[in-house]
Design a binder for this molecule. Structure first.
Ligand SMILES: [Zn+2]
Ligand SMILES: [Zn+2]
Length: 667
């Protein structure tokens, strides 16, 4: 990357983002604690582990290494164990496994000492908001600060969800650095909310990742507040007792990497968001050689992405997606509108290539599309010929079959370019018969309805809408079953911890590992915030959690939605609301009401009769309430009592639990 100039005048469109790229991309080094400490080769650490691995592995029978730690220590010198080799493994395995299990080269024990703690605080049993903490003694490193989308049944009325970082905030003096694996929002999106809470900590990543992170921070005018350092794939990074080796992994965005993190309790292989693709759009293969080397040297724990674990076979190559896009361009007669996540950079290159092939000019629409496209271009991650990209106001100078538009709005977002065009609110672009709109992404859970609405609205204008399964971009960036098997075969981990995916995806990954002979006890499926400890004799999922909640971002306010508000929204949306109004006088006697108002409370039988009974009941019970009229807490006690009376009655008669709001007015 040092050969590239970031302010080069090669960018050929004037929409280029005005703010500059991370300063550290241009300068060799600017982190004050000296590069020699932060970025140095650590051959000694590797050799040490390698030697230890060899010494231990070669002194034991191979099958022993797949046994759980308990049985291993008991049977350390006990040949009785030989008579039933791998029996318990086979017992728990998928039935299709009959061969020898893959044998990990990781040392089985480490010198006693403090454990290394591994804590995913987001991204486990969910899709989005990936973030993991590694901690040893008084040192801590963080990987990614992702965000998830709100909405749906889980987070009604919430815009974004980010991990609860209070544990890191409390320990921020320990924090040595934050490493970003790649530039997708589920890995960098939480940065503007999270980084300000963590102090002045150095940030590491590859150029495109840091460029996109800087764009994301710029949305909050925070882009100049952080020291960002570009890592090099062939140099190790030492942060305290953690020595990190980087290696390339394929994904739907360039500059994605995995990490081998050497800790005092063994090596962790961290592989989030990856697939194997031998014909990637940028020609950069996953680094199989390094993976194999790590496997030979010994991997104690593999942490891996599970999003693609339900898809059989190998994951689809980006090349296939490029070919499909070409086929669509070949057939389309009018304008082509192509919408995708801007951060799926591989897809942007495919559209550029199709434009070249089928002689169309390209227009970029939407803030994130323009900024991502330009960042990727400036960093040489996508190749765009001069003159291909034109301004939107030139659209009418060209016939429809000479134009393609790359735009935001694939999730049906209200303010995105595509939605504005569909509502006829765009000043230059009106949809017309003959146009083709391609949704090159799958709807994120919670967005399905708005995406479908948008598609219908567009289709009604006589426009062809394409939403082919082949464009399922999110999954196409993630390892399928055979990729996962290959990863396990290459790296031979002793333990596996699934991350990044729903529980059933983690479970599927566990089954894959077991089918290759891994002991199910060595697969650690936890929860967000649950601490995994790498101890000298074993790796365990502990019962301790540092968090079990989220931070919800509602509108521009952060953390403004508490769990209570969220619960209320859930009740109101599913069960409705009942409001009961009472008038009392100064002597606390009932002088008016009760009057009931209900909204969204669905009880089809005779509602009127129900509410009459309820009002009757309140009148009866009111006089027998034992609340001191002079008490300062009279009103809150009264409301609590009323809530209980009304709630019980409604539940007994209707088996429903609407939200109940008693309103007491003193006249
Ligand atoms: Zn990703
Ligand atoms: Zn991801």
């Amino acid at each position: 990357m040092h050969g590239k100039s970031f302010n080069a005048d090669k960018a050929n469109n004037s929409n280029r983002k005005s703010h500059s790229l991370p300063q550290s991309l241009n300068s060799d080094y600017n982190y004050k604690n000296s590069s020699r400490n932060l970025l140095t080769r650590q051959p000694n650490t590797l050799n040490k582990i390698e030697n230890r691995a060899r010494a231990i592995v070669t002194s034991k029978p191979m099958f022993l290494s797949r046994k759980s730690e308990d049985s291993y220590s008991v049977n350390n010198n006990n040949l009785a164990f030989n008579s039933q080799p791998s029996f318990s493994v086979l017992e728990q395995s998928n039935r299709d496994f009959f061969g020898s299990p893959i044998a990990s080269n990781s040392p089985k024990s480490f010198p006693s000492g403090k454990p290394v703690r591994i804590i995913p605080i987001g991204g486990v049993n969910e899709v989005g908001m990936n973030m993991t903490v590694l901690e040893y003694d008084d040192e801590m490193i963080v990987i990614d600060t992702g965000m998830g989308f709100g909405g749906g049944e889980k987070f009604p009325g919430v815009d974004y969800v980010i991990p609860d970082t209070s544990y890191i905030e409390q320990n921020r003096h320990k924090l040595k650095g934050i490493i970003y694996t790649h530039g997708h929002l589920d890995h960098i999106g939480g940065a503007p909310y999270i980084l300000p809470k963590l102090g002045n900590v150095p940030i590491f990543g590859l150029p495109l990742t840091l460029g996109l992170l800087k764009n994301r921070l710029a949305e909050f005018e925070l882009q100049d507040n952080y020291i960002m350092k570009v890592v090099e794939l062939n140099r190790s990074l030492k942060l305290g007792n953690f020595t990190i080796h980087f290696f390339r992994l394929n994904h739907s965005i360039p500059d994605n990497f995995g990490m081998a993190i050497d800790t005092p309790m063994g090596r962790v292989l961290y592989c989030t968001d990856w697939k194997f693709d031998n014909t990637p759009f940028d020609g950069q293969l996953s680094d199989y050689a390094k993976l194999g080397r790590f496997g030979d040297e010994g991997v104690r724990l593999l942490m891996t992405d599970t999003l693609g674990a339900l898809r059989p076979g190998y994951s689809m190559s980006e090349k296939v997606i490029g070919e499909t896009i070409n086929q669509i361009f070949a057939k389309a007669e009018g304008r082509i509108l192509f919408t995708t996540f801007a951060s799926t950079v591989a897809r942007l290159q495919h559209v550029v290539n199709a434009c070249i092939l089928y002689n169309r000019k390209l227009i970029l629409l939407g803030r994130s599309m323009i900024s991502t496209f330009n960042t990727a271009y400036e960093l040489g991650k996508i190749k765009v010929p001069k003159g291909l990209v034109i301004e939107v106001n030139q659209i009418n100078d060209l016939p429809p079959e000479k134009v393609a538009i790359l735009l935001t709005g694939s999730q049906g977002e209200d303010n995105a370019a595509l939605n504005r065009i569909a509502r006829d609110e765009h000043p230059q672009i009106k949809l017309q018969g003959g146009d083709t709109v391609i949704f090159s992404s799958s709807a994120i859970p919670g967005n399905e309805e708005s995406v479908q609405d948008l598609m219908s609205r567009i289709a009604k204008k006589g426009v062809e809408v394409l939403n082919h399964k082949e464009f399922d971009i999110h999954t196409s960036g993630h390892a399928a079953v055979e990729d996962i098997k290959m990863m396990l075969a290459l790296t031979k981990p002793e333990y596996v911890q699934p991350i990044h995916g729903e529980y059933f995806m983690h479970q599927k990954l566990a089954n894959i590992a077991v089918s290759m002979g891994m002991d199910r006890n060595n697969i650690l499926i936890g929860e967000n915030g649950q601490i995994v400890e790498m101890r000298s004799d074993k790796v365990v999922l502990t019962d301790n959690r540092v968090t079990d909640s989220y931070v919800l971002v509602d509108g521009s306010g952060i953390g403004s939605v508490s769990q209570v508000v969220l619960e209320e929204r859930k009740i109101m949306s599913s069960q409705g609301v009942i409001i009961v109004v009472l008038l009392i006088n100064k002597q606390k006697r009932l002088v008016g009401g009760p009057e009931t108002i209900s909204r969204g409370f669905v009880y089809m039988k005779n509602n009127q009769e129900l509410f009459q009974q309820l009002e009757q009941l309140i009148r009866q019970k009111f006089n027998s309430l034992l609340i001191d009229p002079k008490s300062t807490t009279y009103f809150s006690e009264l409301r609590a009592n009323l809530k209980q009376i009304i709630g019980n009655f409604i539940y007994e008669t209707t088996e429903k639990n609407p939200m109940i709001i008693p309103v007491v007015v003193q006249v």
